[in-house]
Design a protein around this ligand. Sequence first.
Ligand SMILES: Nc1ncnc2c1ncn2[C@@H]1O[C@H](COP(=O)(O)OP(=O)(O)OP(=O)(O)O)[C@@H](O)[C@H]1O
Ligand SMILES: [Mg+2]
Length: 265
Amino acid sequence: MENEYLAQLKNVTFGYNEKLICNSINLNIKRGQITAIMGPSGCGKTTILYLITGFNKANEGSVTVFGEKIEQLTRNQLFQIRHNMGMLFQSAALFLDLNVFDNIAFPLREFNLLPESMINDIVLMKLEAVGLRGAKDFATQNLSGGMKRRVALARAIACDPALLLLDEPFAGQDPVTMGVLTHLIKLINKTLQITIILVSHTIKNTFEIADYVYLISEGRIMGEGSPEELINSQDLWVQQFIQGLPDGPIHFRYPAVPIAQELNI
Ligand SMILES: Nc1ncnc2c1ncn2[C@@H]1O[C@H](COP(=O)(O)OP(=O)(O)OP(=O)(O)O)[C@@H](O)[C@H]1O
Ligand SMILES: [Mg+2]
């Protein structure tokens, strides 16, 4: 039987130098679903995506994607596996010296397998999906922040990946575009059967389309379940996070010594 999970983190511990970011985390990404990862800024959401793509290697535990243990793969095997992944980076990470069209054509041209006429059609279809076909000849520097992110989304889906990782796709979008993007992400998931991992701070839109949500903080999973289960959760942390309340167990400030000590007063 085919594994129902496309990706799994089992007891994963990971830190940058001394700083522990994941403390024995377990995540199950179900095939064909949209799984959201949410949590306060700096809690390690992007880090988790990088563990799944193999940019980061777990210190302990294992990360399995497409049935392969990421930490055991050679560089070449990792490149192979990444062909089935599309990633929208938090910073968009477009190639600044390429225009919009060529940014999206880049992954399609990489292996020289498709004729240019077909690449042209695919790029235009992806641009149409994100509402930017009219901007195909724009220089990347001339795009607004929100447009860059949509071009990055078009590039991430250019090769119809089996797994799509989206890091903050809604950031910098106006309300209408946000609604359209929310719908588009669900459409990509349902019609193309693409499994999606969605990192976002936008509760409303994320809860509208996610099948399962993980809430993460201080290296641990603070809550998980369907959006409905989380909305009905009695847990104080979960409620503070999803309602955006100023008071509760979640701290706004990055840990620091008392300010009087820092200012020598
Ligand atoms: N390459 C790195 N080297 C050292 N520390 C890092 C590195 N990348 C991230 N960090 C630290 O790890 C922590 C988690 O970062 P990460 O980018 O995963 O957070 P995030 O949850 O995605 O935050 P945001 O919501 O702001 O994007 C942060 O404290 C960050 O400073
Ligand atoms: Mg991040």
